[in-house]
Design a binder for this molecule. Sequence first.
Ligand code: ADP
Ligand code: MG
Length: 256
Amino acid sequence: MTAQESGSVTATRGEPLVVLSDVQKHFGQLHALKDIDLTVKRGEVVVVIGPSGSGKSTLCRTINRLETIDEGTITLDGQPLPQEGKALAALRAEVGMVFQSFNLFAHKTILENVTLGPIKVRGEKKEAAEKKARELLDRVGVGHQAEKYPAQLSGGQQQRVAIARALAMEPKVMLFDEPTSALDPEMIKEVLDVMIDLAEQGMTMIVVTHEMGFARTAAHRVVFMADGAIVEENTPEEFFTNPTSDRAKDFLGKIL
Ligand code: ADP
Ligand code: MG
């Protein structure tokens, strides 16, 4: 074994980080998640695609426990998801989430949006939190906007702030639920570029998106959902060129 192979990052890369086993979720009569088995390894980028209503958002929301599940188990880094209290707040910090709508606090500055969680949830000192926040805002290309309010920024800038805000909590995994769907076309690339950069730096990511360019560039695996079930999963190359299920063929025929 070389020194590099024995280094801590290499040693842990590839271990299961998020594991869903036989997960079932109902909304009344609707079976929204059916027998979901999914393992996401540390450093892996998984793109989830599928028709509207197939359960993609619900899947994401179960992983940071915005939704409970009826049956099955979900573990993060080997630990079952906590049910409530401080442990649940800590989980939410470890699972960063970026939604279609940016959900920034309108009455707080960009800097405050990013420092709030680290100060309140992680107990960081204001000065340290601000230093880290400015670094993250620089990294996503909005460092010069730190003192402004969300409404003064474009949609693409706000979404990049939302990514910085999630990263400030030093998450183990980042969930993105259609992060570019609400953006004007010219702003999509600036957000995807930040996500590609994150992926290249080894962040574990679960990304719901119909941006096939992103999937081809950054995804290690594509998971295709339909009617609450995982119907097919494969590398992006295989999935896009040789989908095997009729549902996937039909879906790709509509979007490509
Ligand atoms: P997707 O993100 O793939 O479009 P969702 O996960 O949002 O799909 O929804 C899956 C199914 O569950 C849909 O039929 C949706 O209407 C339903 N659903 C989602 N959230 C709720 C909820 N809170 N209450 C009732 N039904 C819901
Ligand atoms: Mg959705």
